[in-house]
Write a protein that binds this ligand. Sequence first.
Ligand SMILES: [Ca+2]
Ligand SMILES: [Ca+2]
Ligand SMILES: [Ca+2]
Ligand SMILES: [Ca+2]
Length: 245
Amino acid sequence: MKQRIILNLLLFTCLAILIECSNNSDKTNKNINYRTSEISIDGEPNEMGWDQVDWQPMDQTWLGPEYNKEDFQGRYKLLWDEKQLYILAEIIDDTLIDIYPDGLIQYWDDDCLEIFIDEDASGGDHQYNNNAFAYHISLDNKIVDIGPDSIAHYYDHIKCVRKTTGNKSIWELALQLYKDDYKIGQNNQLVILTNLKKIGFAIAYCDNDNSKERENFIGNTYVKVPDKNRGWIDAGVFETLTLIK
Ligand SMILES: [Ca+2]
Ligand SMILES: [Ca+2]
Ligand SMILES: [Ca+2]
Ligand SMILES: [Ca+2]
């Protein structure tokens, strides 16, 4: 009897460890490959470069109740070259809505793709500074983040083309990186990317189908703390990725 209790305890411990490991995707040992072909930002992922990298899942619920596969499915790929990071996102969403036409008002409550980038993988607070950026990309291609003045601003750091067929959208993006001393309206120096450079990265989708506020917020990375909607404040929840040539 005693042996059976010990065995059960051991099994339970192993199971708990396995669940923790599967939830907590390795945030430090992921790589981004250098593009093996030119990437044309046209919403058509027909480049050889995209074929040669694997899809990564967007399946971590940051906000909202459970959802089904008709409501949302998301996955993404990444590539880089010296001047930009390339992002391909495939989103299945049953209803696309843009109920707040002013791009600077409640933009997170419309369907939008969100890209989080921390140029030097420093982690830390970025709510009202440029230690990291949280770009919201709307269905009509407006790129918005909150600036150090705590006001939402448009940015031109991302070129994005979305093509939607039925319930599937392909978002193809090229993103330029800037240092934490970035200043709105000034002549900022683009960061030149290099082999083995580490960056902080996360991607998420705000899914709204027929509500005043977004119904779900689904990201790519497991957030340990109970408040999982931390990406727009804390770059410490991003994944650290290494650029590999
Ligand atoms: Ca393309
Ligand atoms: Ca949906
Ligand atoms: Ca930083
Ligand atoms: Ca939607």
